[in-house]
Design a protein around this ligand. Structure first.
Ligand code: SF4
Ligand code: SF4
Length: 442
């Protein structure tokens, strides 16, 4: 038996439609097998709180082995995993094709799916994962002012904490008065120039977050595309990408969201568009999670092939000699955090590469999980752990004394600013798309 993989890691389809997937006894057998390998390895001890929870359980058991841990306590480990994929991506030498076949995040997902199917997921979690429905409701005129006022009000936040389990200290994003999709500016009519690496026209999947919370990021993307004479369109009839539902283990809802999004996206892919989303988790959903859930689906495959992270697209566009570099403004010191869901895309640090093309700009890259995840770090019971996991990131970002704090994931960006506290000094939070637009002076 080899110690670790010599081949490139791969991932098996999720197999969620098989009967065995939801078989609790079989899942617990697999959990025991994998937990035992992890206990003997312990490389991931400092990545998140799932592994320390497991190792503490083993160390406190009568046998000092996994067989001494009560099966019911396995759920404690499952609940601490927010599916960032870092263990799979950066640490584990036993991922497929190694014969031990350890895919810790996908095993956690299977356990979460069983929990969901058993009805053991509460109202708060279902509500928080309904980003589209919440966004639609919260951005109704007048309601939006009330929601934002509630978010800022200490008494109301205490009430939310006690009734709903949303931690009172978590800084939440505001809802926008004008949605991205309503204020979308049409592309100028320019001819698409295909490059060797990039289609010359872009379709945009705007994402719930950009549509309802930070439309400015979406407009920054449009401005950069327009400046580079890349024609764009907006996907019609967009629904949530499904990532929040996936993280909850609600795979049937992921499937129905896929039905809403994929046909229109596949048509755009076949028409030769590059599809861009400004949020890494949503990009990952189409690049990896849906293809692993629906490996035989040709439309899912077409979308996967057409999907780009925006900075992956820009760097490839530069390689094609089709990206302008007429930057007018320097950015100074940028503390840049690459989120887990960008790392998992396996395209390298494309945002860093792009920002480094801007003159008089020093980019310090922090490649470590910030610990928020989509909704995990909002929840009362996980807030403290999310701040603890993020502490090394907060410290490294502050040490740079940056002009800008930036992450491809705007939720991680806000979490980092909160964690830096007074240490952030004069630093401004800005998404990399905003920084790029600033540098162009457009
Ligand atoms: S996927 Fe992320 S949160 Fe889950 S166990 Fe791995 S490192 Fe921890
Ligand atoms: S996931 Fe892999 S690297 Fe991490 S503790 Fe388990 S066996 Fe070790």
């Amino acid at each position: 038996m080899r110690e670790g993989n010599l081949e490139a890691p791969t991932r098996h389809p999720l197999g969620w439609k098989s009967e065995a997937f939801y078989d609790e006894a079989k899942t617990f057998e697999e959990l025991e097998r994998v937990f035992d390998i992890c206990h003997g390895c312990r490389r991931c001890v400092n990545l998140c709180t799932a592994f320390p929870t497991l190792f503490d359980l083993v160390d406190a058991s009568s046998t000092l082995e996994v067989d001494g841990v009560a099966k019911l306590d396995y759920w404690k480990v499952v609940d601490q995993c927010y599916l960032c994929d870092t263990c799979y991506m950066t640490k584990c030498p036993y991922v497929p094709p190694h014969t031990w076949n350890v895919d810790f995040p996908h095993l956690m997902l299977r356990a979460k799916a069983i929990k969901f199917k058993k009805g053991a997921v509460g109202f708060r979690d279902k509500l928080l994962s309904s980003t589209d429905a919440m966004g639609k409701l919260a951005t109704i005129p007048v309601v939006v002012q009330v929601v934002n006022a509630v978010n800022r009000n200490g008494l109301a936040r205490n009430l939310l904490d006690q009734t709903l389990g949303v931690h009172k200290d978590r800084e939440l994003p505001e809802y926008a008065r004008s949605k991205f999709r309503s204020s979308f500016t049409e592309s100028k009519s320019v001819a698409a120039k295909d490059g060797n690496n990039t289609p010359g026209k872009v379709a945009i999947f705007s994402t719930c977050y950009v549509n309802y919370n930070e439309p400015g990021m979406g407009h920054d993307l449009l401005a950069v595309l327009a400046h580079n004479e890349i024609p764009y369109v907006l996907l019609e009839n967009e629904a949530c990408c499904g990532m929040p539902k996936l993280e909850l283990g609600d795979l049937e809802s992921v499937s129905s969201l896929k039905q809403k999004n994929i046909p229109g996206m596949a048509k755009l892919a076949r028409d030769g568009y590059a599809i861009l989303t400004p949020i890494p988790s949503c990009t990952l959903m189409f690049k990896q999670e849906l293809p692993l859930m629906f490996p035989e689906d040709a439309e899912v495959k077409a979308v996967q092939d057409a999907m780009f992270d925006p900075f992956e697209y820009f760097v490839l566009r530069a390689r094609d000699g089709l990206l302008k570099k007429d930057f007018k403004h320097k950015l100074g010191k940028v503390a840049y955090h690459i989120p887990c869901h960008s790392r998992v895309q396996n395209v390298g640090q494309k945002t860093r590469e792009m920002l480094q093309m801007i003159p008089d700009t020093a980019v310090t890259t922090i490649e470590r999980c910030a610990g928020h995840d989509g909704t995990w770090g909002v929840k009362k019971e996980y807030f403290d752990n999310s701040m603890k996991i993020g502490r090394p990131v907060f410290r490294q970002m502050a040490a740079v004394e940056p002009d800008y704090v930036s992450s491809d994931c705007p939720i991680a960006g806000r979490h980092i600013m909160q964690g830096m506290g007074a240490e952030k000094k004069q630093a401004e939070k800005a998404h990399p798309l905003t920084l790029l637009r600033k540098a162009y002076g457009i």
